[in-house]
Design a protein around this ligand. Structure first.
Ligand code: NCD
Length: 317
């Protein structure tokens, strides 16, 4: 048992062993999730609260299903209608929830660092479901599991992350994870959508899709995250699709068995061609969603187990 983290706030501070522990346990949940009966009592009696301060379809549903399959009592807070709208601070909300003794808090927030801050104020395990443009650890973990299953390994692969890297927490978490696992990373997109300091990331940077996609094993596409943009970063969506949108022709530069990934939500005809996204021979986008539930089940179980062990050790002292 190598997993000892108190919270899952990001990939940056996870070890390779932590990552592998989550992925290995998730494999067991992939099998369970394909059975007609999917219920376990791993988290029976525990309370999981999902707090999404930003819209979410798949991530929130995925965490809810994951918790329910593990037997937890899952509660979704409707943050749009919450006291935050009445001026309560994030910390006050956290303290109020903390007083209800939850065991797991799943939080998505538009501000980078908000989830870390919240984790300092509560007693339970906190899982970051995406904070601003900072991190989205379970997305990177589900992407890693998808890659490992499709390619048979998670190291020494050539992986391209394409599009709006600057505003993407998915890209950041993936750069940390795939870098830790010793893959060759390429970031492809317009200069205006590259994060500052990209030259220190230990990655190769390309503006040209044909050049950047040359012989890669994995192509990861990203949405233009206009909600986090202050002003216009691209000339037009038409122009963007022409230069940076993934279609069969551009994908032809990658390895013949290269897989296509996208965290969703997709904008067909902007960053990706709709037919290519649906091509079951190339696209693993649906597998990503499936792996998401398994990875979240594994992460929640390991956090709870690590806490139980820490508690036992403390009582022994
Ligand atoms: C991503 C997110 O919210 O960061 N979506 C997701 O979690 N599946 C990516 C995005 O919003 O484009």
């Amino acid at each position: 048992m190598t997993f000892s983290a108190r919270h899952l706030l990001g990939i940056e501070h996870l070890s390779r062993e932590d990552i592998t522990a989550i992925l290995d346990l998730a494999e067991q949940y992939v099998t369970l999730n394909r059975q007609p009966h999917k219920h376990t009592d791993t988290l029976a009696g525990l309370t999981q609260i999902n707090m999404f301060f930003e819209n979410s379809t798949r991530t929130q549903a995925s965490f809810e299903i994951a918790g329910k399959r593990l037997g937890a009592d899952v509660m979704n807070m409707a943050m749009g209608a919450s006291s935050i709208k009445k001026g309560e601070t994030l910390i006050d909300t956290a303290l109020t929830l903390n007083a209800m003794n939850p065991d797991l808090l799943v939080v998505r927030h538009p501000h980078s660092g908000a989830v870390d801050l919240l984790s300092e104020k509560v007693k339970c395990a906190v899982l970051n479901a995406g904070d601003g443009r900072h991190e989205h650890p379970t997305q990177a973990l589900l992407d890693a599991l998808t890659i490992r299953r499709a390619k048979g390994r998670l190291h020494r692969l050539s992986i391209a992350i394409c599009g709006d890297i600057a505003h993407s927490r998915v890209a950041r978490s993936n750069i940390f994870l795939l870098g830790k696992m010793e893959n060759r990373l390429r970031l492809i997109g317009p200069k205006t959508l590259m994060p500052s300091g990209v030259e220190h990331f230990g990655v190769e940077v390309f503006q040209d899709m044909e050049e950047g996609l040359q012989d890669v094993d994995v192509v990861m596409m990203l949405r233009l995250q206009t909600e986090r943009m202050d002003g216009a970063f691209i000339p037009s969506k038409r122009e963007y699709y022409h230069r940076w949108g993934l279609n069969a022709e551009k994908l032809g530069h990658a390895k013949p068995d290269a897989i296509v990934m996208h965290p969703g939500p997709m904008n067909r005809g902007v960053e990706i061609d709709g037919d290519l996204a649906d091509d079951i021979h190339r696209s693993v986008i649906q597998e990503q969603v499936e792996m998401g539930v398994a990875v979240r089940m594994a992460a929640m179980e390991l956090l709870v187990r690590a806490r139980r062990e820490a508690l036992q050790e403390n009582t022994l002292v």
